[in-house]
Design a binder for this molecule. Structure first.
Ligand SMILES: Nc1ncnc2c1ncn2[C@@H]1O[C@H](COP(=O)(O)OP(=O)(O)OP(=O)(O)O)[C@@H](O)[C@H]1O
Length: 259
């Protein structure tokens, strides 16, 4: 993993690509979920990755995070070809992600779920690490605003808390690049603003983020730049305001305004 540095700048460094996809295609049988997709994510950027239902967003995340390899194309992480690398290797390099469908251990507390996200299984049995991981889990609970739920099980936590638990678990591996899948789904506007400010502060600390969401309003207010896909292909890329006004994007979203 890239060593932790304390960065204070909040503008993306466009000269450095943290992630680069070149001509990535993913087919499932005769379904082409991602079609010759190329884009880059700059250092300390918050990139919005949007598209209508079934456009191929989650499949792209799955290729980047190592759930499965692309059928064709190349994925670079900090200029290293990581195409097809398994998830555990990518996590060690600094890539972490959240999932649309929560996957907590329901028989463990929120704190334990975050604690377990930090260490590989084989290390967890080493007792010396236990105190460190518990302390770090507390820090992460506080970081994502879960202190009051720390000793509850996931089933006792409200929806907004579960989204934060996903983020807390993803932060457990100390990522350099965080892929966030639908963090605003089902949140009130106040909760969206709280989550957005958490993402901004992660960026200020040096994390690069790619965020998928259907809530265009919350997302376009947060991100620096946007990549839009439809039927697996990139149809637009640019600043949030350009994307909001882009007729091609509006047409892809059922002919309506992107709001
Ligand atoms: N494991 C799979 N097997 C077969 N087809 C799949 C598989 N995963 C995704 N697909 C198909 O690939 C296409 C893209 O799906 P994907 O879930 O990546 O879209 P998405 O943009 O994330 O959609 P949503 O916004 O609804 O989550 C869809 O047609 C989907 O049915």
């Amino acid at each position: 993993m890239t060593p932790q540095t304390t960065k204070t700048a909040t503008t993306p460094d466009e000269s450095t690509d943290v992630l680069r996809l070149e001509n990535v295609t993913k087919r499932f049988g005769n379904v082409t979920a991602v079609d010759d997709l190329s884009f880059a994510v700059h250092e300390q950027e918050i990139l919005g990755f949007i598209g209508p239902n079934g456009a191929g967003k989650s499949t792209t995340f799955n290729c980047v995070s190592g759930s499965f390899p692309p059928t064709e194309g190349t994925i670079y992480y900090r200029d290293e070809d990581v195409t097809g690398m398994p998830q555990y290797e990518l996590v060690k390099k600094g890539i972490s992600r959240t999932y649309q469908t929560f996957r907590p251990l329901n028989d463990r507390t929120v704190l334990e779920n975050i604690e377990l996200s930090q260490v590989p299984d084989k290390l967890f049995s080493v007792s010396d690490l236990r105190a460190d991981t518990t302390e770090r889990a507390w820090e992460l609970c506080e970081r994502v605003g879960l202190e009051e739920y720390a000793h509850l099980t996931p089933e006792e936590v409200p929806h907004a808390g579960m989204l934060r638990l996903e983020i807390g678990r993803a932060l457990g591996t100390d990522p350099d690049l965080l892929l966030v899948d639908e963090p605003f789904a089902g949140l009130t506007s106040e909760e969206i603003e709280e989550s957005a400010s958490l993402f901004r502060s992660l960026r200020e600390e040096g994390t690069t983020l790619v965020v998928i969401d259907h809530n265009m309003h919350g997302l376009l207010d947060l991100v620096d730049r946007v990549v839009v896909i439809s039927f697996g292909e990139k149809i637009a890329e640019g600043a949030p305001q350009e994307i909001r006004d882009d007729p091609v994007v509006q047409k892809a979203y059922l002919g309506g305004d992107v709001e």
